[in-house]
Design a protein around this ligand. Structure first.
Ligand SMILES: Nc1ncnc2c1ncn2[C@@H]1O[C@H](COP(=O)(O)OP(=O)(O)OP(=O)(O)O)[C@@H](O)[C@H]1O
Length: 224
């Protein structure tokens, strides 16, 4: 399993706000390695995650997930890849309104055909690992921003993706929790040899990462 971005260009916005967010980007991400994606605000980290996560189709270039070019798939195939192969943890958490923390994970797992009975123990274990064992029955509107994102991380880890993409996992938590979450992500990456890319400004994450990709070494976003 590996992720290669070849000559990827992404243009965002229209008219005066049109911006080349990524320009001819080449990057390789290895299995079993936690990669910290660093660079100043606006350097294209979230854009890279969106392209790698098959949420955004590049204007040009190839996005090879273990040899499959995500950019060349149909919308339906891309949706399937997102569901079955990719775990994407947004800063917002992107949870389903009205479901408790535990139900968020059960719902995600049921989409992949797993039996709820065998899942509950694993779900509780993961919610404990992200420090939310006391929030199992809380719905998104009863949780803080950092807590919502931690549920999203637990949900992604439950599904054991080949590719794990995480946007700023430690931005809304205290330092102790930042260390714990980073260790959890690193452990999952190493244990299952998945490709993990974490966009971050946090030295706690960069210190624990196996490797770093610096967006500053790539061309800065410019008006298109
Ligand atoms: N919808 C959009 N229309 C036009 N330009 C956009 C749009 N979204 C993002 N951009 C621009 O694209 C560039 C890359 O943005 P991106 O969000 O990928 O940066 P980032 O490195 O993730 O930043 P941050 O660290 O602040 O999250 C920025 O210059 C941004 O202003």
């Amino acid at each position: 399993m590996s992720l290669h971005l070849h000559d990827v260009t992404v243009t965002l916005g229209r008219g005066d706000s049109r911006t080349t967010a990524l320009s001819g980007l080449d990057a390789t991400f290895s299995p079993g390695a936690l990669t910290a994606l660093v660079g100043p605000s606006g350097s294209g980290k979230s854009t890279l995650l969106a392209v790698a996560g098959a949420l955004l189709r590049p204007d040009e270039g190839r996005v090879l997930l273990n040899g499959t070019d995500l950019a060349a798939l149909t919308d339906r195939e891309r949706a399937r890849a997102r569901r079955e192969r990719i775990g994407y943890v947004f800063q917002s958490g992107n949870l389903l309104t009205g479901l408790t923390a535990e139900e968020q994970l059960l719902a995600a797992a049921s989409l992949t055909g797993r039996r709820p009975r065998t899942l509950r123990a694993r779900i509780r274990e993961l919610l404990t690992e992200v420090g939310l064992e006391h929030r199992l029955a809380h719905r998104p509107d009863q949780l803080s921003g950092g807590e919502r994102q931690r549920i999203a991380l637990a949900r992604a880890l439950l599904l054991e993706p080949e590719l794990l993409l995480v946007d700023e996992p430690t931005a809304a938590v205290d330092r102790t929790r930042a260390h714990d979450l980073t260790a959890l992500i690193a452990r999952a990456t190493h244990d299952r040899a998945c490709v993990t890319v974490v966009a971050t400004h946090d030295p706690v994450v960069t210190a624990a990462a196996d490797t770093t990709v610096d967006m500053q070494t790539h061309p800065t976003p410019t008006p298109a």
